[in-house]
Ligand binder design. Structure first.
Ligand code: NI
Length: 139
């Protein structure tokens, strides 16, 4: 009897989409304005979903205070008002929101009990959002 609990967080960060393997012109063609040399920012809305049985004593899947501490410390503090391109996580890959989902999933999955993290969902703009549920669940 698993229940999924989702909590929403916010952070603002900048990025520039630029792939080292592509030429200057190819990067312009692929990423358009997102390849602007000076970067641009987003107010990201992050949803973290945890899954599990409801604890008989507390009636909860996970204590919200504990989740806030974890996400606040490992994700929001790290990325809020940061340039994603300078983060060590994005030295080898482009800081698209697809990759940001995967990076945040990795960070949180490493600190939660196995199987507890259900998925990461990030809204980059009003019309763009991305989800990642880990390799075991789907690719
Ligand atoms: Ni962008």
């Amino acid at each position: 009897m698993n229940v999924i609990f989702t909590r929403r967080y916010h952070f603002s960060a900048s990025h520039r989409l630029d792939c080292e393997a592509l030429s200057v012109q190819e990067n312009r063609d692929v990423y358009g304005k997102c390849n602007n040399p000076y970067g641009h920012g987003h107010n990201y809305r992050l949803e973290v979903s945890v899954r599990g049985p409801v604890d008989r004593a507390t009636g909860m899947v996970m204590n919200m205070v504990d989740l806030d501490k974890l996400v606040g410390g490992s994700v929001v503090a790290r990325f809020h008002l940061a340039n994603l391109n300078t983060d060590p996580l994005f030295q080898q890959e482009v800081p698209t929101t697809e990759n940001l989902c995967r990076a945040i999933h990795r960070l949180l999955a490493g600190e939660l009990p196995p199987g507890k993290l259900d998925r990461i969902r990030i809204e980059e703009t009003e019309n763009n959002f991305f989800e990642y549920a880990g390799e075991a669940a789907r690719d």
